[in-house]
Design a protein around this ligand. Structure first.
Ligand code: HXC
Length: 510
């Protein structure tokens, strides 16, 4: 028995050594941790249970029969994050560049299936060179199996991808189907085809970073939901995110002990909105002042900054916050912000996370660029997402709620449950200047008459009371009481039941 146990230990340590000391050193020299070091940081200490440590590929072409490494370039299994189960896979770049063979794919599919069966999140750590070139079509088949599992699990268990090195070719589409993608600054990049192929096809000279670094995806394309300084920060932040999320759509999000008084008044909010309606203010200040302990996990903080999305807690329970940001493009809804928020709203609805919407929106962004880019269809995504959402929806209009954007931002008309406004709210078809120039066009040459018309329009519409008189707003509340009022609204809605008509699935304007 002693010898058998020693043999087990020998095989285990061989598998743990991955591609060997030289390649591990090269990994460290690039500022990256190894697949196993990453799992140690992601999971609670000592909680990792590994599957398929001894799996090997079966390829024989190109001398592969003689090159086998136990585990085959991916470490899979499960562990816990603050005591709650998560499934994981972590690509090992030191073994064939983390490239995907059929056996490697089967390991990933096994944890995907298990996560779905058990009802627990799955987190993938990516650092790999795409399909194992020596394996040909077997690798492609393996990718498709993974994509299928990703798709089936969408909306059932949270799926999180962290890009911590190269993520090329077939590797990009699994993260793309998951709920959140995070990147590590400067050491990770994501693209469908790399710089060499780009050079051949389009004669464009481009670096890995220019083609698919975090600056591309976390700032411009919106493919990534955030970027972190290094492996440690990325994994720590993923732990923090998981704490906000339910394990699956069958369970409620975890309740956290709340040390923040739900009745807490915040007098400084009474002066948050400037007297001049065109002056910006920071909507994040409002978020941080009303949520529990100012703890806010922002999604895509550097992309489409005119809308803010993220998770927070009210009285210990997770909420999804969506808020226009008047500091960026006056908080206007454009293509990018509509897509960003629509995805977030749908995630929250799928996982039963109540939505708190903070509105200060001057409308949809005008212009040829936006129209040619399909603002109609992309704006409709957000409208659709809010309209179909059946989770508790609490809305607060702080200042502007103009035009179609008023309807879209979780208004009463699309099943907002409790809708509040501050006294500074202006709920109207458009701003006074634009409105007067249209309805009193014949008076445009007469500045005095126009000024009088504007004053008349403002007096009539630049307030929340017309909407309140129709019942479109449930109450006009004092800014300092916002935390208390929203917390109470959410408490009131805990028993909410609402369902949509039966359908195979919807046809959201994609
Ligand atoms: C087999 C691979 C590999 C691959 C890397 N390696 N990619 N082995 N298949 N796809 C191996 C290398 O041979 C090397 O082995 C080790 O991994 C490290 O690779 P390096 O090139 O030395 O590392 P680095 O300089 O950091 O470059 C990383 C890289 C580069 C940019 C990812 O390796 C690369 O361009 N790889 C190929 C990427 C690619 O075109 N993949 C196929 C995509 S097509 P040794 O033994 O020297 O350590 C695809 C289609 C699927 O994925 C579509 C499904 C929908």
């Amino acid at each position: 028995m002693k010898e058998i146990l020693e043999e087990l230990e020998r095989r285990r340590s061989e598998a743990r050594a991955g591609g060997g000391g030289r390649r591990i050193d090269a990994q460290h020299a690039k500022g990256k941790l190894t697949a196993r070091e990453r799992l140690d940081l992601l999971l609670d200490e000592g909680s990792f249970e590994e599957f398929d440590m001894f799996v090997e590929h079966r390829a024989v072409d190109f001398g592969m029969a003689e090159q086998k490494v136990a585990g085959d370039g991916v470490v899979t299994g499960w562990g816990t994050i603050n005591g709650r189960v998560v499934f994981v896979f972590s690509k090992d770049f030191t073994v064939f560049g983390g490239s995907l063979s059929n056996a490697h794919a089967r390991k990933i599919v096994k944890v995907q299936e298990q996560a779905l069966k058990v009802g627990a999140p799955i987190i993938g750590l990516f650092d790999a060179g795409g399909a194992r070139i020596q394996e040909g079509v077997d690798g492609l088949a393996g990718y498709a199996d993974i994509f299928l599992q990703n798709t089936l699990a969408s909306g059932v268990i949270p799926q999180i991808s962290v890009i911590m090195g190269p993520c090329a070719g077939g590797d990009v589409y699994s993260p793309a189907i998951t709920d959140f993608i995070f990147m590590v600054k400067d050491t990770s990049y994501m693209y469908v085809t790399g710089p060499d192929v780009v050079r051949t096809v389009t004669h464009e000279e481009v670096t890995h970073e220019e083609l698919g670094g975090y600056r591309v995806h976390a700032l411009k394309s919106g493919v990534a939901d955030g970027a972190f300084e290094n492996d440690l920060e990325a994994l720590t932040q993923v732990r923090r995110l998981v704490d906000f999320l339910p394990l699956s759509n069958r369970e409620a999000a975890p309740m956290r002990e709340c040390y923040d008084d739900a009745e807490r008044a915040e007098p400084s909010l009474d002066t948050l909105v400037p007297a001049n309606p065109n002056k910006p203010y920071d909507m994040k200040e409002l978020i941080l002042k009303i949520v529990d302990e100012a703890d806010f996990f922002e999604i895509s903080p550097d992309y489409a900054k005119n809308i803010i999305c993220g998770f927070a807690r009210m009285e210990g329970a997770t909420v999804g916050i969506v808020a226009n940001q008047p500091q960026v493009l006056a908080g206007v809804l454009d293509i990018d912000s509509s897509r960003k928020a629509a995805r977030f709203v749908r995630f929250c609805d799928a996982f039963d996370i109540p939505l708190v919407t903070l509105v200060d929106v001057p409308g949809f962004m005008p212009g040829t660029k936006q129209e040619q880019g399909g603002l109609i269809r992309h704006g409709a995504k957000l409208l659709f997402a809010y309209a179909e959402a059946t989770v508790p929806k609490v809305t607060l209009i702080t200042r502007k709620a103009y035009g179609g954007a008023y309807d879209v931002m979780s208004s009463k008309h699309i099943r907002g449950d409790i809708n509040y406004a501050w006294p500074s709210a202006e709920i109207a078809v458009m701003g006074s200047k634009g409105a007067v120039e249209i309805i009193f066009r014949s008076e445009i040459g007469d500045p005095e008459a126009i000024a009088a018309r504007e004053a008349e329009y403002k007096a009539r519409f630049a307030n929340p009371f017309v909407a309140a008189s129709r019942g479109y707003i449930d109450d006009v509340i004092s800014p300092h009481s916002t935390r208390r009022r929203i917390a109470r609204a959410l408490r009131n809605l805990r028993g909410k039941e609402l369902s949509n008509p039966w359908k195979k699935h919807d046809n959201i304007p994609l």
